[in-house]
Design a protein around this ligand. Structure first.
Ligand code: SF4
Length: 184
């Protein structure tokens, strides 16, 4: 029998490479816990697309409903807010995995080349130790683009920013700067 992995899923496109790399060896279960995704509509879009992906794969989808749009106060530096964000999501995942007798937990956050990969790994390792549940690590970045594109071609929702309010503002700022560059 395959071992059971609770895979924290931040969105469908990022989870695709984790699924590709884990599916043959493990039974995967999705765990949705992303309370600081801003806005409500964005949260809904990402969740619906993740549910659709779970249905396509025929995997169970667990959901933890919380909304903390301002989590990680915007006064924090970028690295601090991401650290808090990883703690928030991974602690809950590790706890759920331990309480529900999974063999491992992991996260689709390890798929994105835009995330702080080593910090995610370190944070997950800490919670694995604290809750006595194994953390399944792999570098899911290796097939990120290929997997993401396969979902794009199937019409899945593709987000334009990491998720929180601040990442949206940063994205809008970059767009504004680019527009003023073009205007010069
Ligand atoms: S930028 Fe992304 S990882 Fe960092 S706090 Fe915002 S949602 Fe979390």
């Amino acid at each position: 029998m395959k071992k059971k992995v609770l895979l924290h899923i931040c969105c469908a496109p990022c989870s695709a490479s984790a699924v590709k790399m884990l599916r043959d060896g493990y039974d995967i279960f999705f765990y949705w816990y992303n309370p600081n995704i801003y806005s409500e509509q964005e949260y809904k879009n990402r969740k619906e697309s993740s549910v659709k992906y779970a249905e396509e794969l025929n995997v169970l989808f667990y959901e933890e409903r919380d909304f903390f749009y301002n989590y990680g106060s915007w006064k924090n530096k970028s690295s601090e807010k991401c650290n808090l964000c990883y703690i928030l999501r991974l602690e809950k995942t590790a706890m759920f995995a331990q309480q529900n007798k999974f063999d491992f937990f992991s996260t689709s956050l390890l798929s994105s080349p835009y995330q702080k990969h080593d910090l995610i790994k370190q944070t997950a390792d800490n919670f694995a130790y604290k809750y006595m549940i194994k953390f399944l690590y792999d570098d899911f970045r290796t097939c990120f683009y290929e997997s993401k594109n396969s979902l794009r071609q199937k019409g899945y929702y593709m987000q334009k920013y990491c998720g929180c309010n601040k990442s949206l503002n940063e994205r809008l700022k970059v767009k504004k700067v680019c527009r003023s560059d073009t205007a010069q």
